[in-house]
Design a protein around this ligand. Structure first.
Ligand SMILES: *Cc1c(COP(=O)(O)O)cnc(C)c1O
Length: 393
């Protein structure tokens, strides 16, 4: 049986061209770009090219791109070093209530260190409440960090409006764009973004490499201490193959974005239409319009997400549940609870995120399997049985 991979938000397949571009930097061109002899020349030029490939995707200058080990490091760096840098001005940071754990856990760490954090809620579609965000701003607010697009429910935040507000109030604006970069258009200038995190493996590049965009003029102190790499802002020998792969993946993703999204939206909407029409007591989580082209997140009443995941797995379908991130715990995700789902419904949630190469046949097969699985599981559920009896009565 062939697996159908519908978990692209967890990680994406690396493109063949990307692997091909990386290989020479593991083999003949293994030199350290920071050396000053002949063997450093080609790696150094390749890293320079990657920096430009990435900067071009978001209308940044190459000097504003700093390579890291991934999205988690970029988020930690932006928030922790950012707040340390701004501490004298104020100790308050505002984030959304549905951030990725890389931001959320960092915000708890900041609280333990004596910073003040406000977590602003969202509407039922997972879009941040702008009026509450504005009200949360005080004289000591120095940073706002709101993700560009949510990793579970795919909701796309009003980043340009947040950027404008932050800039007017003299507040630094960071966005975790790990799910958005390479997937939806981004422009750090017109959106007034001061710092932006992204990760290679979420857009067809390798794992273990990412970057942080830091707007010129912001003197973000280093997070990793050591050598003088990345203009002294991020120590550690450059991951040349990773950076080269991520650079090419960025260029390809941004070049193909329009065509890919047209196709993804068609596949996604077909899946959503079928599920909502054919499976009773199902709902789509996240905003219907302002959502990532690849994301369909559903809740099914009277169903347990984990069992559903296993049953789908036996049919070769690879998806996630909403609670997958909360390592080991059976609590539903803070995102689903954040948009107001009751516990029992949040428990019956699965996330489908579609890779570009998926066919319509595979989407139809997935929809058939979902329907079958939900029917089978409900037929075994005493809760559902009771519910039907009450409906008849
Ligand atoms: C995957 C992800 C991260 C973490 O990125 P890594 O490169 O895996 O560390 C951070 N934020 C969001 C929104 C993500 O989806």
């Amino acid at each position: 049986m062939q697996n159908i991979y519908l978990d692209n938000a967890a990680t994406s397949r690396m493109r063949k061209e990307v692997l091909d571009a990386m290989i020479p930097f593991f083999t003949e061109e293994y030199g350290n770009p920071s050396s000053i002899h002949a063997m450093s020349r080609t790696p150094r030029a390749a890293v320079k090219k990657a920096r430009k490939q990435i900067a071009d995707c978001i209308n940044a200058d190459p000097s504003e791109i700093f390579f890291t080990s991934g999205g988690t490091e970029s988020d930690n760096w932006a928030l922790i070093s950012g707040m340390e840098m701004l501490e004298k001005k104020g100790k308050h940071i505002i984030i959304s209530s549905i951030e990725h754990h890389a931001v959320l856990e960092t915000s708890y760490y900041l609280e333990r260190r004596g910073f003040r954090v406000t977590r602003v809620g969202t509407d039922s579609g997972g879009i941040i409440k702008m009026d509450e965000l504005e009200k949360a701003i005080g004289p000591d607010t120095v940073m706002i960090s709101v993700m560009t697009a949510n990793n579970e429910i795919g909701s796309i935040q009003p980043v340009a409006a947040i950027g404008k507000l932050a800039r007017e109030r003299g507040i630094i604006f960071h966005t975790d764009a790990v799910q958005a970069f390479g997937h939806i258009p981004l422009d750090v200038k017109s959106m007034n973004i001061d710092m932006l995190s992204a990760s290679g493996h979420k857009f067809g590049g390798p794992k273990g490499v990412g970057f942080l965009f830091v707007r010129k003029g912001i003197k973000l102190p280093p997070f990793m201490h050591g050598g003088e790499q990345e203009e002294g802002r991020r120590a550690g020998t450059t991951n040349v193959p990773g950076v080269v792969g991520m650079g090419l993946a960025a260029e390809l993703a941004c070049k193909n974005m329009e065509a890919a999204n047209k196709r993804l939206i068609m596949l996604r909407d077909h899946l959503i239409d079928r599920v909502l029409k054919e499976i009773p007591y199902s709902r789509l989580n996240g905003d219907r319009k302002k959502r990532l082209p690849s994301n369909a997140d559903f809740s099914f009443e009277f169903i347990e997400g984990e069992s559903m995941l296993m049953s789908l797995g036996m049919k070769g379908i690879c998806v996630s549940t909403g609670s997958a991130c909360a390592s080991g715990s059976l609590d539903p995700s803070h995102v689903l609870l954040g948009i107001g789902l009751p516990h029992e419904i949040a428990h019956g949630s699965i996330r489908i995120t579609i890779p570009e190469e998926t066919t319509m046949e595979q989407i139809d097969y997935a929809a058939d399997c979902l329907k079958q699985t939900v029917e089978t599981m409900r037929s075994l559920s005493p809760l559902y049985d009771d519910f039907l009896k009450k409906q008849k009565a």
